[in-house]
Design a protein around this ligand. Structure first.
Ligand SMILES: Cc1cc2nc3c(=O)[nH]c(=O)nc-3n(C[C@H](O)[C@H](O)[C@H](O)COP(=O)(O)O)c2cc1C
Length: 229
């Protein structure tokens, strides 16, 4: 069965997992490796501009795939941990964060197999999710960089798990890793929330079409947009 499913199923990384699992059966909680029938190809320099992607039933244009996913506005979190041996902080910016379950309290995010910070964060056992505020663009860009001291110049205090809570974050959640599912070039990490707190008022950091933005629809804007009954 798994061979047939691998032939017919469709799987895509990170934001698109899983996408249109056509005639595909998987055991609960188990994701198959990327199906060979669906590939992404990068046509940054050869885009035909015909606007049709995936119409041939087997190939998705990688660049347009990313563009399409970029139209889905998200918040951004920083997933952090401290090395239990020397307290050194590690972390990465993540916009694939999502709530999963209220009871039990579960949240999830996707991590690229190429992340060099994730193995260090994961090794801490418990991780901390920081919900980033609009004013934390620079901190976010720093945590999204590769190499060097990502926490240089960033203020933080330790959560009960001992992990960095970034100054200015809107909220934090201490989490224990519950399950990990390999999905294409990412791993879906499901975590159980152990403790949390709301820290600050303010707008969230928004990521849209590859750029940072802010959330403008406050209560005043809503009052203007929605006519009173
Ligand atoms: C707005 C934004 C969102 C990101 N979301 C993710 C994500 O969901 N998963 C992921 O693996 N990397 C994501 N990244 C990339 C990581 O933050 C980081 O750049 C990457 O892990 C490389 O750094 P590392 O080698 O230190 O891990 C995101 C970057 C930015 C700027």
């Amino acid at each position: 069965m798994s061979t047939r499913a691998a032939r017919t199923g469709k799987t895509e990384g990170c934001r698109g997992v899983p996408v249109m699992p056509r005639r595909r059966r998987t055991r609960r909680g188990t994701f198959l490796p990327p199906a060979p029938a669906l590939r992404t190809r990068d046509t940054a320099s050869t885009d035909s501009g015909d606007g049709g992607d995936g119409g041939d039933g087997g190939t998705v244009d990688g660049r347009r795939f990313r563009q399409a996913l970029g139209t889905f506005a998200t918040g951004v979190v920083a997933v952090t941990a401290a090395d239990p041996r020397d307290g050194r902080p590690y972390g990465l910016a993540v916009n694939s964060f999502t709530s999963v379950s209220l009871d039990p309290p579960l949240v999830a995010f996707c991590v690229s197999h190429t992340s060099t910070s994730w193995p260090r964060v994961r090794a801490a056992g418990e991780i901390t999710v920081n919900v980033l505020a609009g004013r934390q663009r620079e901190a976010c860009a720093q945590l999204a960089s590769r190499g060097g001291d990502k926490f240089a110049g960033l203020g933080w205090t330790a959560s009960p798990s001992g992990n960095p809570i970034l100054d200015g974050a809107l909220a934090w959640l201490d989490c224990a890793i519950e399950a990990e599912h390999v999905a294409g070039d990412h791993t879906i990490v499901v975590t159980r929330v152990l403790r949390l707190d709301l820290l600050a008022d303010g707008d969230p950091l928004v990521f849209f079409r590859g750029a940072y933005g802010s959330f403008t629809a406050g209560l005043d804007a809503l009052a203007e947009a929605v006519p009173a009954p």
